[in-house]
Design a protein around this ligand. Structure first.
Ligand SMILES: [Zn+2]
Length: 205
């Protein structure tokens, strides 16, 4: 980093240990909601809306905490690197800039970055955790042998090819977990009928 001032500013804007811990907590909360949506969606796929999904517990809660920690660390690492790069650019653009210059520019940059980055992170989290919850539903209810990818339209080449394949095995979808790419809304659905009576359907409990 180029000057004493930019080092101080970097320390101010980069995510530190406590910021990462807060982000991890926020992600676990978001993941819990996505988990319930994933299970309830799957319940609907099998023609029931009777039971509210239970929050994750036991090994599922542990897995969510692990994923939240991993994601929080990765998000912070990228963010911090971007902060330092942006400060470097600001310094090169105006080597005589004072702290007001940096604060004004950094606030603007963070605002613009959040506008596209936060929804992107939220969408990835939602997709990953719903996928996890749904596969736990299949496992516990002993369903999920044949799948198809939905919706049936796609722009990305990989998704287009998967849709064209039609029926997919569990092994295939495990090797090609959805979402496939950033911004991907595709998901796999079980297409076989299953004999699960609503009363003994596992919904996270
Ligand atoms: Zn897709």
């Amino acid at each position: 980093m180029a000057s004493k001032l930019t080092r101080v500013i970097a320390l101010f804007y980069t995510m530190q240990t406590e910021d990462i811990a807060k982000l991890q907590t926020a992600l676990v909360n978001q993941m819990t909601k996505a988990w319930r949506r994933g299970i309830e969606d799957e319940e609907k796929q099998f023609g029931s809306q009777m039971a509210k999904a239970s929050p994750p517990r036991g090994r599922d809660l542990e897995e969510m905490k692990r994923l939240a920690k991993r994601d929080a660390e990765s998000i912070a690492k990228t963010f911090n690197r971007n902060v330092e790069n942006h400060l470097e650019r600001l310094y090169i653009g105006n080597p005589k800039g004072n702290r007001h210059y940096y604060i004004r520019q950094m606030e603007l940059w963070i605002q613009q970055r959040n506008a596209w980055k936060n929804p992107q992170i939220a969408l990835m989290t939602e997709g990953n955790i719903r996928g996890y919850a749904r596969s736990r539903f299949w496992e516990e209810n002993n369903v999920g042998k044949t799948f198809r990818m939905y919706p049936l339209t796609a722009t990305c080449k990989v998704c287009t090819q998967i849709i064209a394949k039609g029926n997919l095995t569990r092994k295939f979808i495990e090797n090609h977990p959805a979402p496939i790419h950033i911004g991907c809304i595709h998901e796999y659905r079980v297409i076989e009928n299953a004999d699960i009576s609503c009363r003994r359907m596992w919904v996270g409990d």
